[in-house]
Design a protein around this ligand. Structure first.
Ligand code: PGA
Length: 250
């Protein structure tokens, strides 16, 4: 059986001092788990996070990276800069990036390729909006996001990628997908990958659920056969809550 990958997505939260106290509290709480623990922090917290998690089981991630190695891209960060800073994972294509910052399947693919080339492990986010689900277009949207967003990702590259299925209607809303909704959608997504990369590669692929996962609902969600972990926003900002999710399924 696979272990779970539990990743906190801090989004635009935590000053350096706040990051320090959260991480100091978190380290002993998650020290003993078979699950993989990742915290995806703001760029300005990376140095602190890398220093404070050295020698622990907590992996550090960023929340975005650019597709170019350097150049006139004001406000962007190159994958190699993240690697140099000690970052291992990077969230790509989060729905907030897609909604507020013009991220498309094409830019998601470009960023993912660049992250992989630099040796980062991308956590690539997909998911339908409420309107798309209500219109009966969930499968169409997920198929498009995987087809376009992974267009020239090789089978070898896929081994280094984690996918996060995050229905947009469940993100930060307090409305969680039911255990069955999450599992059904992830199973559908896995099927799309199986059609392209084969069943073995699709079974090996980690597909997380994200969207209002918390210490109350994590046990049920993570017990589902296709749910390989969680990408956790709000509940990752409190050490005890995030630790409870890390330990919810071991
Ligand atoms: P949430 O965010 O847990 O606060 O809903 C999840 C995410 O956006 O990754």
């Amino acid at each position: 059986m696979k272990n779970k990958i539990i990743a906190g997505n801090w989004k635009m939260n935590k000053t350096r001092a706040e990051a320090e106290s959260l991480i100091r509290e978190l380290v002993p709480l998650v020290a003993h788990t078979p699950n993989t623990v990742v915290i995806c922090v703001p760029f300005t917290d990376i140095y602190t996070a890398v220093e404070l998690t050295r020698g622990t089981n907590i992996h550090v991630g960023a929340q975005n990276c650019h597709w170019k190695e350097s150049g006139a891209y004001t406000g962007e960060i190159a994958p190699s800069m993240l690697v140099e800073a000690g970052v291992e994972y990077v969230v790509i294509g989060h729905s907030e990036r897609r909604t507020y910052f013009g991220e498309t399947d094409a830019t998601v693919l470009a960023r993912t390729k660049a992250a992989l080339a630099a040796g980062l492990k991308p956590i690539v986010c997909i998911g339908e909006t409420l309107a798309e689900r209500q219109d009966g277009r969930m499968e169409e949207v997920l198929t498009r996001q995987v087809t376009e967003g992974f267009r020239d990702i090789s089978a070898e590259e896929l081994k280094h990628i984690t996918v996060a299925y995050e229905p947009v209607w469940a993100i930060g809303t307090g409305v969680t997908a039911t255990d069955e909704q999450a599992n059904d959608a992830i199973r559908y997504v896995r099927g799309i990958f199986a059609a392209k990369y084969g069943k073995e590669a699709a079974d090996r692929l980690y597909i997380q659920y994200g969207g209002s996962m918390n210490d109350g609902n994590a046990k049920g969600l993570l017990a589902m056969s296709d749910v390989d972990g969680g990408l956790i926003g709000g509940a990752s900002l409190v050490a005890s809550k995030f630790a409870a999710i890390v330990h919810a399924h071991e």
